[in-house]
Design a protein around this ligand. Structure first.
Ligand code: FES
Ligand SMILES: [Fe+2]
Length: 448
């Protein structure tokens, strides 16, 4: 459980809030590169409680700016994206991707003060299909988060989004809540249903594993462990990385590179943004006879509603609270544990069902929630230290602090320490870190 005061401290992310300011120290995934076309329609973008507008200018540069015109505050959403700038259709003032006012055509010659007018504009950077934004105060932005998937070749990376109608921390905690996996997602699957050589049978045999957790250079990590064959342990490792990233164990350790970002749109809406290595091996997807797992027939497919231009109009699942996620009570009785269709929707329904910002003073956390407790503690101490002394959280100025994180499962010989097992896997794994330059201050990469 968490006091109401600490809950507020962790959840609120608007300008001036402690957590909001901490997050603004980092580059943040804003949207997909392919959502913005040169001179195409500008896009409403809600980030950290700020109403912004994203557009790509004639030369391909991306602007993320205040959506309100500096003249009389009309929304630039209705603006004309043309000639390397966005022109407000009310009186024709025009702004470039850096927020500079380029033109004031409704004032007589000699009366323009365009050189003294600006709209708020944030630095942007495009990498592997994602537009990143820096909403912090520094003149010279820090480098991008050096998470391992950032170093993969563009054509091997898949990027995706789902809007979740709840606070960012709720979404994030859903991903580090590992014990739900054997219930919500695999509750109806028995050990004998899966291939005898599948390591996942151990997770089905024992649904109440024990846990190790630790504070790390990048945030926190856990290992869920239970017996495998004689003298062996089945280990699942996962991470939280500052400020809102997770790496989940959705496959074998060696061949699986992923991060999810729980990007706050506002306090009650989150854009779950994922980057995965397409060649990854996958976690359990089917039964031994080749049939899909009941309830996971559509494993990760989330049918979307058509995107709209609304602040909350992007990447919304068709199955949502308004239709109870089309829960199938017959399937729940007979084949699927939850009756909810697809893995993504199962998570979506349960996490949103807690309410827009869960009241954590009502919880009763158990041993299985150790990672959640450790992560909250780490976040709280970071946000308090940042607020009182300005101490920077991990990864802002020391990007290599992320390099030790990789998620995944493996079977290991019993007897070694959990961190030693992890280190040996890491040493033997293929790593993606390469010469990719993630410093937006280098001229060749400068988006603006
Ligand atoms: S309000 Fe935008 S030009 Fe007047
Ligand atoms: Fe889940």
């Amino acid at each position: 459980m968490l006091s109401k005061q600490d809950n507020e401290l962790l959840c609120r992310v608007g300008p001036g809030t402690p957590m909001g300011e901490l997050m603004r120290e980092y580059w943040i995934p804003a949207c997909a590169s392919n959502e913005l076309k040169p001179d195409g329609p500008p896009m409403r973008l809600l980030l950290l409680n700020e109403k912004l507008l994203a557009f790509r200018d004639t030369n391909g540069r991306v602007g993320i700016v205040d959506h309100q015109c500096a003249h009389r505050c009309a929304s630039l959403f209705f603006g004309r994206n043309e000639g390397n700038g966005i022109r407000c259709v009310y009186h024709g003032w025009k702004f470039d991707v850096n927020g500079n006012c380029l033109d004031m055509p409704n004032v007589p010659p000699g009366h323009s003060f365009a050189d003294r007018v600006k709209i708020k504009a944030y630095k942007t950077f495009e990498h592997n299909g994602l537009v990143w934004v820096y909403m912090g105060k520094r003149e010279k932005a820090p480098i991008l988060p050096s998470l391992e998937p950032m170093f993969l070749p563009t054509d091997e990376v898949e990027v995706g989004f789902v809007q979740r109608d709840c606070n960012w921390l709720q979404g994030l905690e859903g991903e580090i809540d590992t014990s739900h996996y054997a219930f919500l997602h695999l509750g109806s699957v028995k050990e004998d249903d899966v291939a005898p050589d599948s390591m996942h049978k151990f997770a089905l045999r024992n649904r109440a594993p024990e846990y190790y957790t630790a504070e790390t250079e990048w945030g926190t990590m856990y290992a869920a462990h239970r017996p495998a064959e004689a003298g062996e342990l089945f280990m699942r490792y996962a991470h939280f990385l500052f400020p809102f990233f997770t790496m989940v164990p959705d496959g074998s350790f060696d061949d699986h590179i992923v991060f999810n970002a729980w990007v706050p749109m506002d306090d009650e809406h989150t854009m779950a943004t994922y980057v995965v290595w397409k060649k990854r091996t996958l976690a359990l997807r089917e039964l031994k006879d080749g049939r899909p797992i009941p309830g996971l027939e559509q494993y990760n497919t989330v049918p979307y509603l058509p995107n709209s231009a609304d602040w909350y109009g992007r990447f919304r699942p068709e199955l949502n609270a308004s239709n109870d996620y089309k829960i199938n009570r017959e399937a729940q009785r007979t084949s699927s544990y939850s009756g909810l269709p697809s893995l993504g929707i199962q998570d979506q329904a349960i996490i949103e069902s807690m309410g827009p910002i869960v009241d954590r003073s009502k919880e009763h956390l158990a041993l299985s929630d150790r990672m959640i407790s450790v992560t909250r503690r780490r976040l709280l101490s970071a946000v308090k230290a940042y607020g009182s002394t300005g101490e920077l959280p991990p990864g802002v100025d020391n990007p290599t602090s992320y390099h030790g994180a990789r998620s995944g499962s493996f079977v290991a010989r019993d007897g070694e320490g959990w961190m030693e097992m992890y280190s040996s896997q890491l040493i033997n794994a293929k790593r993606a870190f390469s010469e990719v330059d993630l410093d937006p201050n280098h001229l060749s990469h400068a988006a603006q």
